[in-house]
Write a protein that binds this ligand. Structure first.
Ligand code: NDP
Length: 263
């Protein structure tokens, strides 16, 4: 599958912001957006430290804007939102992908206040703060769109979750416990549900996505090298899924394979 398999008619997002896109899945998604037959007019790629590899990519792609952003810092989020608004020159932001996340390899014995708090702050509070701050731009995109129904090309928030959060499945329990990570993503799924209920009437779709077990720094820490899949096919699959989301999937928990996952 290539990016050209995401057909022009299916996906015409004008602007997208991906958090945590200096490496891993975030960077992969940014590259896939750039490779689309009709790439977005604006791709905002965020990083905690400027000078990453996105900067080199931005030299080649005038539609790529690299922004500094720490999702745990409200001032940093506000500053990034102002910069995005300035770039968009009166247009709304169509798609916010809350991809940034962290994992601490913990057990039931050594999980503590510090690990529970930092993982929750990053994986749960961060996406909520991002959604709140970018809401005016998302609403604007929905209002400016002529499309009916909900879609990622109109206005959407995608939260990068994990099947590790599924209370029904609790996958790979014998391999890794990571209670802080599982809890933070389960709570993120509830944020997705709340956002989807609150903003569907404003024309904004919100969905949780499990990206698959991808060979990234986090993936390696989480499940070891054996179960990894390389990032390219998975980020392509994620893009394909993103291009087809509609109100049917609003407030749901989707996998990279297009299946609805159990909460
Ligand atoms: P990586 O560890 O490779 O990348 C994580 C990204 O998040 C980095 O860019 C990192 O930035 C950024 N980040 C971490 N904390 C913050 C913060 N406070 N503010 C802004 N950015 C931050 O992970 P993946 O690419 O594998 O994961 C991406 C998402 O997919 C995560 O939400 C993860 O939970 C989810 N996921 C991944 C799976 C996998 O198999 N890889 C499986 C299921 C879910 P920096 O470089 O500065 O640390």
């Amino acid at each position: 599958m290539s990016c050209s398999s995401v057909k022009k008619t299916e996906f015409t997002v004008k602007s997208v912001l991906v958090t945590g896109s200096n490496r891993g899945i975030g960077l992969g998604l940014v590259k896939r957006f750039l490779e689309l037959p009709n790439p977005p007019e604006w791709i905002f790629a965020t990083t905690r430290e400027l000078a990453g590899c996105q900067s080199k990519l931005a030299l080649k792609h005038p539609n790529l804007v690299v922004l500094e952003l720490d999702v745990t810092d409200p001032n940093s989020i506000k500053a990034a939102a102002k910069r995005v608004e300035a770039h968009l020159q009166g247009h709304g932001l169509n798609l916010l992908i809350n991809n940034a996340g962290m994992l601490r390899v913990t057990t039931m014995e050594n999980e503590n206040v510090e690990t529970m708090a930092i993982v929750y702050l990053t994986n749960t509070v961060g996406p909520l703060l991002m959604s709140q701050e970018f809401l005016p731009l998302l609403k604007k995109a929905a209002q400016q769109s002529t499309q009916t129904g909900l879609s990622c090309s109109k206005a959407a928030i995608l939260n990068m979750s994990s099947i590790a959060a599924s209370i029904e499945v609790v996958p790979l329990w014998e391999l890794r416990k990571t209670p802080s990570y599982r809890c933070s993503k389960a709570a993120l799924n509830m944020i997705t549900r709340c956002l989807s209920l609150e903003y569907k009437d404003c024309g904004i779709l919100c969905t949780s996505i499990h990206p698959g077990w991808v060979k990234t720094r986090m993936g390696t820490e989480a499940v070891g090298p054996l179960t990894h899949q390389p990032g390219l096919p998975l980020t392509l699959s994620i893009l394909k899924i993103i291009s087809t989301l509609s109100e049917k999937e609003n407030g749901s928990f989707m996998g990279w394979d297009g299946k609805i996952y159990p909460w």
